[in-house]
Design a protein. Structure first.
Length: 201
């Protein structure tokens, strides 16, 4: 039996057959990217919990009780429909540009939702917000898949799931502690809405 047989190694000292992440970067940079991804997921989850708590007051103030369900449905529709498009386009054009684009669209939709003065405007702008939100989850999971080996992905994808599930209590507190107006109307979307007679957060 031969002893001390050499083992083929790659450029970084790992065996040639060992699994490795698709993107080779330093451990520090890898976890910085992971932190940014978790913040992006937290953004979408926190928005949902704030809106879910404050939406009844918003709809009442906009006199749109007959269109109440559309404020939620349009967001879910546009975000769900846009998911496969973001996933495929990120394969062609890169994860970072598509994720940044989605976050920008999401924030624009949030700001416009906060400025809406009628129910149809809120529904329209929530749809725009959903188009941006569709980028957050699929691209985040794709980035985690690029950064970590198959053995590590489950752990960090679990971290992303915890990031999405952790904001409910803080989101409700944010919505519940928002300043109210003289009419008793409180929080709107996750952005600020200011008008001549009322201000929402």
């Amino acid at each position: 039996m031969m002893e001390g047989a050499p083992v083929a190694e790659g450029a970084r000292g790992a065996p040639v057959g060992a699994p490795h992440p698709a993107v080779e970067i330093s451990p520090r940079a890898r976890f910085e990217v992971l932190g940014a991804i978790l913040l992006a997921l937290l953004l979408g989850a926190l928005d949902q919990t704030i809106v879910g708590t404050a939406l009844p007051r918003i709809v009442t103030d906009l006199h749109g009780n007959d269109l109440y369900t559309w404020a939620v449905t349009i967001y879910l529709l546009t975000s769900t429909i846009s998911v496969p498009f973001y996933g495929k386009l990120s394969d062609y054009y890169g994860r970072k540009p598509l994720l940044i684009f989605g976050i920008i669209v999401f924030l624009i939709g949030s700001a416009l939702s906060g400025l809406s003065g009628e129910m149809w405007q809120l529904i329209l702008f929530r749809g725009i917000q959903g188009i941006g939100a569709g980028s957050l989850f699929p691209i985040s999971l794709a980035v985690i898949g690029d950064l970590f080996t198959p053995a590590e992905r489950g752990k960090y994808q679990g971290s992303s799931a915890r990031s999405s599930g952790s904001p409910p209590s803080s989101g409700r507190r944010s919505a519940g502690s928002s300043p109210t107006t003289s009419a008793g109307t409180g929080s709107s979307t996750s952005t600020c809405r200011s008008g001549s007679s009322r201000s929402w957060w």
